[in-house]
Ligand binder design. Structure first.
Ligand code: PMP
Length: 417
């Protein structure tokens, strides 16, 4: 039985992209069953900012298990939850002078997106949501409705109504004033578009092809929401928890969204956890109105607390800055130099190599396949999968980061021969 037959006989997996059986992982390296090493530039699509099996986080989880800590607490208050809340309040919210209430949601990102949509509708008594072209928010019916990709929605036969997609400042929209456009649509009785309860946005459209929102654009978006009395929701699932440098990706614009969604790396260890931060005046849920069996995984609380402790004691944010400079320089000098049709975009430790207009239809996929053969795991994103998305763990050491980048360069060379 070959690897494809073995992996896809009764499950769906990523085996077509990465034809091997992965077995263990440490830091930024993943090993397959035969012991072959792969540098990880995928990091669980942003769930592994602290790398695989981070020593400090892992040891905290092991100690908790050894002490017979509560394994599942439903919605009960537990010491693991209490500790997480104390640490999160102290090192994130209070430290940044942010006033949010915390709603634990189901295990995964899309659950918190659903909670945000439900709450926005309840607060504003309005079902309308504006999302953006290129947006990705998840796979359940509500989050899928605000995801812009028509391809992945095609088989669903309809999602939520009342969703309108607005232009995001990317590529061909760069010279178009999208905020002015939204403002005029809202002011024009003849636009046919009703005022929504909320606007949901990503500061970097990651799945959308690493499109970075300009700071001024985010500030104007906040102002627009204030002027029209619309809630602003930031989906920080993929680029939150330090990916862009600061803990929250919107910090660089100095704005405060009304709701913020976190998941992926919040648990520090790839454990399922998602939460919604809500401005206190919006917290109008009745007790039990939004619940769920796996709302708040106890091991994830332990991992998340340990991750915050690690952040506090390390120079993670400064290190991200240094690695950002390296990535920016390397990608511009070594990859963009190949052709003016290759576009590099990114911030912090999320970068995209856009080959939409270079190398032919499946070029990005050929690069990721060749990278895999050479020992690097990297994925594609964006329109028709034409962007190579670079997303290493934040804790990757400089040597491994450079090694991974050299593999990328080699893959370009090999694919262009
Ligand atoms: N929003 C964003 C920005 C994401 O990147 C993702 C996952 N790629 C989601 C929502 C959905 O999260 P999950 O897959 O955990 O449901």
């Amino acid at each position: 039985m070959n690897i494809f037959e073995k992996c896809e006989s009764n499950v769906r997996s990523y085996c077509r992209n990465f034809p091997t059986i992965f077995h263990r992982a440490k830091g930024s390296i993943v090993y397959d069953e035969s012991g072959q090493e792969y540098i990880d530039f995928f990091a669980g699509a942003g769930a592994l900012n602290y790398g695989h099996n981070h020593d400090y986080i892992k040891n905290q989880i092991i100690s908790y298990l050894n002490a017979d800590g509560i394994s599942h607490g439903l919605d009960m208050y537990t010491s693991a939850k209490e500790k997480f809340l104390a640490k999160f309040n102290e090192t994130v919210l209070t430290a940044k002078q942010l006033d949010y209430r915390i709603q634990f949601c189901g295990p995964t990102g899309t659950n918190a997106v659903e909670a945000a949509l439900k709450l926005a509708r309840k607060v504003k008594k309005n079902p309308g949501i504006f999302s953006f072209m290129g947006a990705y928010h998840g796979m359940t019916l509500g989050s899928l409705a605000i995801t812009a990709n028509k391809g992945i929605k095609a088989g669903t036969i309809g999602t939520l109504n009342n969703v309108t997609f607005m232009p995001y400042p990317y590529g061909f929209m760069e010279s178009f004033d999208t905020i002015k456009y939204i403002d005029s649509v809202l002011n024009d009785v003849n636009s046919g578009i009703e005022k929504p309860a909320a606007i949901i946005f990503e500061t970097v459209q990651a799945e959308g092809g690493v499109i970075v929102a300009p700071i001024e654009w985010m500030q104007r978006l906040r102002k627009l929401c204030d002027e029209h009395d619309i809630l602003l929701i930031c989906d920080d699932i993929q680029v939150g928890c330090g990916r862009t440098g600061a803990f929250f990706s919107f910090e660089r614009a100095g704005i405060v969204p009304d709701m913020v969604i976190l998941s992926k790396s919040i648990s520090g260890y790839g454990l399922p956890m998602s939460l919604l931060l809500i401005k206190p005046e919006l917290d109008i849920w009745e007790p039990g109105e939004h619940n769920g069996t796996f709302r708040g995984n106890q091991l994830a609380f332990i991992g998340a607390t340990a991750a915050l402790e690690y952040r506090e004691s390390s120079s993670l944010e400064l290190d991200v800055k240094e690695k950002e400079l390296f990535l920016k320089e390397f990608l511009n000098q070594e990859i963009a130099a190949i052709s003016e049709n290759i576009i590099i975009r990114g911030i912090g430790m999320i970068w995209g190599i856009d080959v939409q207009n270079f190398g032919g239809k499946n070029f990005a996929k050929s690069i990721t396949s060749r990278c895999f053969e050479l020992g690097l795991i990297v994925e594609t994103a964006g329109r028709n999968d034409t962007v190579i998305k670079i997303l290493p763990p934040l804790v990757i050491d400089m040597f491994t980061l450079q090694k991974g980048c050299l593999i990328l360069k080699q893959a370009f060379k090999d694919c262009l021969q």
